[in-house]
Design a protein around this ligand. Structure first.
Ligand code: LLP
Length: 430
């Protein structure tokens, strides 16, 4: 198996082309995508273990020499096989629910490397985290801090805490995924943080060790990170003056990826901003990348069921829909769509690629020039993050299967749902 490595600057981990075109066929490492589609059926998510691991390592390598822990954001892709692969590299995990904690533990993740984020932790979730012995709770409000102190006290434990501050920085991304603006529900306004640290420091069931921030997702320039970190570092210095020593800084996730023609900074460039901002302060750095680790390590395969012309508009109706991949419908997301097997180009036409769901918003791509026929397989790229995890059973569609390609081997890491399983938890009236 040879995985093409793209050109990179010296010292950077090479980016991997995980789904290369060889001859007329698209591959995932050693497997032809059309073979996988035939063998496992469609819709099918396909992940490349090599791409996943090289993206994770790019973050880990970029912070060599600085005490740090990369905590993969489980929300981006919570498949057990994928979490297992990352846990074996030594990854920690950023979770936002008890369900994600259970997944991390089931995948063999180390609870001592888990960070619990999120604005709405329940008492039960706090108890689960304390019992598992997680590394830190990222607390997002005064009420949450008080609740955590109570729950930890009842459990006879000391909860490790970082306050997630909201630095009021515009990440210049889609409004639904901007989280560090004053008007968003996330974090504690940075101006209120000092008071809250002082309050927390007086609570014996809490250990106020860290500060965190996460300003948004799919961020494609360094400025917002630089601005946010400058504010966080200023806070650390003020707290030191108050006698509160911060030993852990969680810089969040949010680094963008290339879907189309974006030019996001590399993990190495991003890490340089983190190093600069911290200026040698003796802290352990936590990172919570999600999309940038798994986004381009996955594709979604679909079969072209029908080709139809409606009033001069040409549609390719495929067997994957908005329930399988909601990013185009929800955020106007764009992902490259390509045939798994190339034809000669004679039949090129411009298509809306749409699914079987009964909504006009159900499309995977518009205005795509493709040479395809009914029965062909197509691959939608950059589907490894916020793909399967956001899928649903809308229209009573069983969710897709997922496979992980590893060199010449292929592992089915989630079998396809059966239609009968979709109503197995429901009952008729007595
Ligand atoms: N940490 C926290 C606290 C977060 O809220 C998030 C993402 C991350 C880390 C990971 O961010 P990433 O590195 O993946 O950008 N469904 C949307 C993205 C939602 C992101 C929510 N928070 C999408 O498909 O674009």
């Amino acid at each position: 198996m040879s995985v093409a490595a793209a050109m990179t600057a010296p010292g950077e981990t090479p980016a991997i082309e995980p789904f290369p075109l060889r001859g007329r066929s698209l591959f995932a490492e050693g497997s032809r995508l059309s073979d996988l589609a035939n063998r496992f059926g469609t819709p099918l998510y396909v992940y490349s273990r090599a791409a996943l691991e090289s993206a994770w390592r790019a973050f880990d390598d970029a912070l060599a020499g600085v005490p740090h822990q990369v905590c993969f954001a489980v929300k981006a892709n919570s498949n057990l096989g994928l979490l297992d692969a990352l846990a074996r590299l030594g990854s920690g995990f950023d979770i936002v629910s008890g369900g994600e904690l259970e997944r991390v533990l089931a995948a063999g993740g180390d609870p001592a490397r888990v960070i619990f984020s999120g604005v709405g932790k329940s008492r039960d979730e706090m108890r689960m985290g304390l019992e598992a012995g997680i590394r830190s709770f990222n607390v997002e409000s005064p009420s949450e801090l008080a609740r955590l102190a109570e729950v930890a006290h009842e459990a006879g434990r000391v909860a490790p805490v970082a306050l997630r501050v909201n630095p009021d920085v515009d990440p210049k991304t889609h409004p639904y995924i901007a989280t560090g603006l004053e008007s968003s529900k996330f974090g504690i306004p940075i101006a209120q943080a000092r008071d809250l640290y002082a309050r927390g420091a007086g609570m014996p069931s809490l250990r106020m060790a860290g500060v965190g921030c996460h300003i948004g997702s799919q961020i494609t320039s360094l400025e917002p990170f630089r601005d946010a970190l400058a504010r966080v570092v200023a806070l650390i210095d003020e707290l030191a003056g108050d006698g509160i020593e911060i030993t852990e800084v969680d810089v969040g996730g949010g680094l963008g990826i290339r879907y189309r023609d974006e030019t996001p900074p590399s993990p190495a460039e991003y890490a340089a901003v983190v190093r600069d901002a911290l200026g040698g302060r003796p802290v352990t750095v936590f990172l919570e990348p999600g999309r940038s680790v798994c986004g381009n390590a996955g594709v979604l395969l679909a079969r072209v069921e029908y080709i139809k012309d409606n009033g001069g508009h040409r549609f390719a109706i495929v067997d994957a829909a908005m329930n399988d991949f909601i990013r185009p419908a929800l955020y106007g997301g764009w992902s490259r769509i390509e045939p798994c097997e190339r034809r000669d180009g004679e039949g090129r036409a411009v298509y809306t690629v749409a699914g079987p769901v009964c909504e006009s918003g159900d499309f995977l791509g518009r205005d795509r020039e493709l040479d395809i026929r009914e029965g062909d397989f197509v691959a939608l790229r950059s589907a490894g993050a916020y793909g399967f995890v956001m899928s649903s059973n809308y229209n009573s569609r069983p969710r897709a299967a997922e496979v992980m390609v590893d060199g010449d081997r292929v592992h089915l890491v989630r079998r396809r749902e059966r239609a009968s399983e979709l109503h197995a938890l429901e009952s008729r009236l007595p």
